[in-house]
Design a protein around this ligand. Structure first.
Ligand SMILES: Nc1ncnc2c1ncn2[C@@H]1O[C@H](COP(=O)(O)OP(=O)(O)OP(=O)(O)O)[C@@H](O)[C@H]1O
Ligand SMILES: [Mg+2]
Length: 153
């Protein structure tokens, strides 16, 4: 599987990386954001959402308590941290969301691997000391900035 590695040195750099990655996420993408508490999943999600729907970062918050935020028609940010069992997750109707969404970003989705779509993009974040984060992206399409979102190719 093609993997790309990035390193950021601040929250701002991670948001900027998210904005750049957004251009490479075609319609219908499901993105699993993985990494420990505070690794930067929500921060990267802000950048991706900012790039994908031009939403200012201030308007994006963590869905830790609401579980699912729909920021624009079909654009979802989901956080499964607070759910413990497969049965709880199944009540969310994720399959329906995966079928119809334009973009889904999920934190802690890897805890329920059998409920995640097989063709998801995986972004793993890891602390590399202080404000540094190592970010590995798997199964993302090659850079094609102008085409990626328009045509899904
Ligand atoms: N390079 C960096 N990239 C992202 N965040 C950073 C970086 N350096 C420091 N930080 C800080 O790390 C924290 C990341 O928080 P964030 O909410 O994005 O993590 P998270 O992975 O979503 O955590 P949780 O599992 O609790 O949802 C923020 O406080 C942010 O300021
Ligand atoms: Mg988070």
């Amino acid at each position: 599987m093609n993997a790309e590695r990035f390193e950021t040195a601040s929250e701002e750099e991670t948001i900027a990386l998210g904005e750049r990655l957004a251009a490479r996420l075609p319609e219908g993408s499901v993105v699993l954001l993985t990494g420990n508490l505070g690794a930067g999943k929500t921060t990267l999600a802000k950048g991706i959402l900012q790039g994908w729907i031009h939403l200012p970062a201030e308007e994006i918050s963590s869905p830790t308590f609401t579980l699912i935020h729909e920021y624009a028609e079909g654009v979802y940010h989901i956080d499964l941290y607070r759910l413990d069992t497969r049965a709880e997750v199944e009540t969310l109707g994720l399959d329906d969301i995966f079928d119809h969404a334009r973009l889904v970003l999920i934190e802690w989705g890897e805890r329920f691997p059998e409920l995640m779509p097989a063709n998801s993009v995986r972004i793993e974040l890891e602390s590399a000391g202080q404000d540094r984060r190592a970010i590995q992206v798997t199964a993302l399409r090659p850079a094609a900035p102008d085409q990626a979102r328009e045509t899904g190719k």
